[in-house]
Design a binder for this molecule. Structure first.
Ligand code: IPD
Ligand code: CA
Ligand code: CA
Length: 267
């Protein structure tokens, strides 16, 4: 196969194809027994995570051979062309996948010269594909989506997650949980950060926070939130970076209140 002509359309179409192929593999295997390996006590990886990554990276590089790649299951390729880097979580929500809890997805972001310009997150069970191209809005299965109009934290539904060192530092993470628990209407912990961000983008939740996420968890989702009209920062309100330790995302309207809640707990 010849490499395709580079354009935003071709990037989006190939990323979508890659997410859907990996998603199909995940869907075929989610009820089967898994071969589980331990990266640490509670950080799991399965053969499906690795096969999904191979499929995605293979397809992207077949089409865009000069691009760089950073993917969770250890693919790191330094390409030569145009400053493009694909940032991939082949299976976000691995603990859910291992337990056959139906909340996981594939996340593919494209960065150029340090800026995320495209994101695709695919939920293979619900067949929901969230996409965004910088400056062109966010979409769910092709239809434009927007963050909510909820303007008070008091009326907001939030989501969060915990990093894999939560057994070692439970009180640290629970302080954040408490700060929002006493202020929000409800909190969900569904177990797939990329989907949490997309749920914010399409109006199913109003805000999200998490510590110690990795670039592959947030690259696509953070762009999808912003393109849906939302705000993403660190916990002090400074610009969000996929390399940073803090992710605070919201519909924009409750962002100041979320920042205040963090300030009041002395973060
Ligand atoms: C994890 C999930 C989870 C979040 C963790 C992530 P993984 O990703 O997104 O929701 O709380 O911090 O590491 O390991 O399933 O790809
Ligand atoms: Ca992840
Ligand atoms: Ca993963």
């Amino acid at each position: 196969m010849k490499p395709v002509q580079e354009s935003m359309e071709s990037f989006l179409s190939v990323a979508s194809q890659a997410a859907r192929s990996a998603g199909a593999l995940i869907r075929e295997n989610w009820r089967q027994a898994k071969q589980v390996h331990y990266k640490s006590a509670i950080n799991l990886v399965t053969t499906i995570d690795r096969r999904a990554e191979e499929m995605i990276v293979g397809l992207l590089l077949k089409n865009f051979p000069g691009h760089s790649v950073l993917a969770e299951e250890e693919t790191s390729i330094s390409g030569s062309e145009g400053g493009y880097r694909w940032i991939i979580d082949p299976l976000d929500g691995t603990t859910n996948f291992v337990h056959a809890y139906p909340q996981f997805g594939v996340s593919i972001g494209l960065e150029q010269a340090g800026e995320i310009i495209l994101g695709v997150v695919y939920d293979p069970l619900r067949e929901e594909e969230f996409t965004a191209v910088k400056g062109q809005g966010a979409r769910l299965n092709g239809q434009p989506v927007h963050t909510t109009e909820v303007a008070e934290l008091n009326k907001a539904l939030l989501a969060t997650g915990f990093p894999y060192d939560h057994r070692e530092n439970p009180d640290y993470y629970l302080r954040y949980f408490r700060a929002f628990m006493v202020r929000a209407q409800g909190i969900r912990r569904a177990g797939a950060a990329a989907l949490d961000l997309c749920y914010l983008a399409c109006g199913r939740i109003d805000g999200f926070w998490e510590l110690k996420l990795h670039p592959w968890d947030t690259a696509a989702g953070s762009l999808i939130v912003r393109e849906a009209g939302g705000t993403v920062t660190d916990f002090a309100g400074k610009p969000f970076s996929i390399l940073g330790e803090e992710t605070l995302a919201s519909n924009g309207l409750i962002h100041a209140e979320m920042l205040d809640a963090l300030k009041l707990m002395g973060v």
